[in-house]
Every structure is written in C-alpha cells, then in structure tokens.
Design a protein around this ligand. Structure first.
Ligand SMILES: C[S@@+](CC[C@H](N)C(=O)[O-])C[C@H]1O[C@@H](n2cnc3c(N)ncnc32)[C@H](O)[C@@H]1O
Length: 299
C-alpha cells in the first residue's frame, strides 16, 4: 500500500488505541493484530480517525463502543473439560476434601471461573462439583433428570469475563456440537444428561443447550481481572483462571494474581493454565501430582 499524507497520523492513532487496550486490559497486542488494525484504518481521513480514537480511549471500560473494540483483540478459545488431568484432580481430591470439611458446618461450595469466555469451564466445574456431591449423598435427581444440591447443600458458581458477547453465550448455554473444534471435543459422555438437544435449523445446526437447572446455578458477570473482582464478592473455595495469564503483560499478570489471591479464602484452591506458574511462594503452596499442579492459598 502506498503511503498517503495521512499515514503518520493514522499510525499514531493506531498506537494510541493499541496502548490503551494494553493498559486497560493488560493484554499483549501482537504485531499481527497491530498491522491488521493499521491496514483497516488506512484510507480513512487521519483527523477523523484520531478524533474517534481519542474519544474511545477516554470511555469507561464497560461502554459498548469500547467493548466492541476490545472484542477484536481477544481469544475466547475454550471447551468442556479442558485440561482434564487438572479437573480430575479437582473432582477426585480437592472437591471431596472441601465437602468433607464443610459437611459439619456451612454445607456450601463457592467456585469461580475467572476469564470464563463462553462458559464451558464454569459448566464443567459445576458438573464435577455436583458429581462429587452426589458421591456424598449431597444431591437429588429431579424428574427431568438433573442433579440438584440436597441435604442443605448450596453450590454457588460465578463466571466472569471481559467480553460481553462471550458472557451472553455463556448465559444461554448453547453450544455447537459438530465436526471440527467444537466445545465438545473432549466432552465426557457421562455428563450428557446435562444437555437438551435443540432441533436443527439451517442457520444453527447441531446445537445442544445446558439444561436450565444448571444454568440457574451459575451467575455470569462482566469483570476486568486486572482491576479486581466486583465489589462485595465473597471469597471462593476454588478459583480457576486458566489460559488467561498467557495473553497478559507481566505487570497485568501480577495484578490478576493479586485479584485471585484476594478472591480465594485461606485453604482454598487456585487452578491456572498448563503454562502458568506462580513464582512467589508467600501466598500459595504448589501442590504437584504426576501430570498437573494446583495451588493452595496460604494464610
Ligand atoms: C482463552 S480464553 C480461556 C477460557 C477458559 N478459562 C479456558 O481455559 O478454557 C481467555 C478469556 O480470558 C478473558 N480475559 C482476558 N483478559 C481478561 C481480563 N483482564 N479480565 C477478564 N477476563 C479477561 C478473555 O476475554 C477470554 O474470554
């Protein structure tokens, strides 16, 4: 593309926008995305683009215009039962231990999926927690063939993300189950009963929806983890923040880890992505098994 007289102004506007995205979300914006943005903006009048960017970067972070831009920078890749060795550790050891400890008193479990994208992780956590509760007679089957907490147990789950469209899909719990990289690529058939099959339409073939009993257990909320959890959120027994930190700058990673440390109660657990590590051992104890590592909150 040959340079136009406005090219330097467009380049400055692009940089301003990219820096604002990095500052507000903590993401590392790759050269590929930067160049793509520059190519999209080239050809527009430079002063119009600059004015638009200047207005955008001043907007509150939850304004639709800003969120629409942010949406184009992020990756929402996710699927049910992702990183199974870690979830197996959760189901076989961590949740049963939490249940045993809570049996004699408050009979509640609080789980967080931070950076939940379209919700598959939050639903996976809920299915596994209910299965573990079932093993301790803490659930009952309803007439429409789902498990609900029983015997005074309460299960609370919060899913949070920075992307509103992803959260809307999470709330609907509606997923494509066809060939290719679907949400069901590593699904465990034992949990099929949690889904209704939706009749095919030309625009939406092969969809399955989470039954309402499970959807009702989970609250999905917008939240920027770099800034903190929504005020008044009580601490969790387990927080999963998987495959989020890899997209962040080192400074943003530290802020998100501080958010997580404040969100997990002492003795509670943190699950990170397979390539994430916590180097500072003052707040977390790393608990290793053959194939995975999980972190226990000290204090
Ligand atoms: C790759 S997905 C991971 C989804 C799921 N946790 C998993 O492991 O399958 C990363 C998600 O983190 C969200 N995210 C990134 N930065 C965030 C931030 N600062 N605050 C909240 N969510 C963020 C993105 O919007 C995206 O949906």
């Amino acid at each position: 593309m040959s340079a136009t007289p406005d090219a330097p102004l467009i380049k400055d506007a692009t940089e301003l926008l990219v820096r604002a995205v990095e500052r507000k979300t903590g993401w590392v914006v790759s050269e590929i995305v930067r160049d793509k943005l520059l190519r999209i903006l080239q050809g527009q009048p430079g002063d119009t683009v600059m004015r638009w960017v200047e207005q955008l970067v001043e907007m509150p972070q939850d304004r639709p215009e800003w969120l629409a831009i942010v949406e184009n920078f992020t990756v929402h890749e996710t699927f049910f039962f992702r990183d199974w060795p870690q979830l197996e550790q959760l189901q076989r050891h961590i949740i049963p231990e939490l249940i045993r400890a809570a049996e004699g008193n408050r009979r509640s479990l609080r789980l967080l999926s931070a950076g939940c994208a379209t919700g598959e992780e939050a639903y996976s956590l809920a299915m596994l927690a209910l299965e573990a509760l079932k093993q301790r007679n803490g659930t009952v089957w309803t007439p429409d063939n789902v498990l609900v907490p029983d015997q005074g147990w309460s299960l609370e789950l919060l899913g949070t993300d920075l992307a509103r469209p992803a959260l809307i899909q999470a709330e609907r719990g509606l997923y494509y189950d066809g060939p290719g990289l679907s949400s069901f690529r590593q699904f465990l058939p034992a949990y099929d009963f949690w889904f209704e099959t939706i009749p095919n339409t030309p625009h939406a073939p092969r969809q399955r929806q989470i039954k309402s009993a499970l959807r009702d257990l989970i609250e999905f909320r917008w939240c920027n983890l770099v800034v903190g959890m929504p005020p008044g959120t009580p601490p969790f027994d387990v927080a999963a923040c998987r495959n989020v930190l890899i997209y962040l700058t080192p400074a943003a990673r530290q802020k998100v880890l501080a958010t997580l440390a404040a969100s997990v109660r002492p003795g509670g657990w943190l699950l990170l992505g397979p390539t994430d590590r916590i180097d500072d051992p003052s707040l977390w104890e790393a608990v290793r098994s053959e194939s995975t590592v999980v972190y226990r909150r000290k204090g």
